[in-house]
Write a protein that binds this ligand. Structure first.
Ligand code: SF4
Ligand code: SF4
Length: 106
């Protein structure tokens, strides 16, 4: 988990300096992140409307996940809602080619 919190969090997300990452060992497939994401986008709870998609591969038993291009990193929110509402702390952010950091709410 990234520990430095700064006022530039929103700015960094706006500029695309971070990306969402999933710890597949922690994820339980509870769907909370998807519902939070759909609420961010549409004000409703719908897994289908979420930018982050998580499901089980029942053959391998592994988590399958992706983040669709319409993820705006929760621009205009104070933090990324999928991270905030993951009860298992499976989601976090990492910088992408930049020294700038964004943090979750922990
Ligand atoms: S950062 Fe926001 S828009 Fe992107 S997947 Fe998470 S909740 Fe959805
Ligand atoms: S909220 Fe966390 S544990 Fe639940 S599906 Fe999303 S990433 Fe996995």
């Amino acid at each position: 988990m990234i520990s430095e919190k700064s006022d530039s969090c929103t700015e960094n997300r706006k500029e695309g300096n971070i990306k969402i990452i999933l710890d597949e060992q922690r994820c339980r497939g509870c769907n909370s992140c998807m519902l939070a994401c759909s609420f961010h986008h549409h004000g409703t709870f719908s897994k289908e409307a979420s930018s982050i998609q998580i499901s089980w591969d029942y053959v391998s038993g592994k988590i399958i996940w992706r983040i669709n291009p319409n993820c705006d990193l929760c621009e205009k929110e104070s933090e990324c809602l999928c991270i905030k509402y993951c009860p298992y702390e499976a989601l976090s952010v990492e910088p992408t080619g930049s020294s700038l950091f964004c943090v979750d709410s922990k």
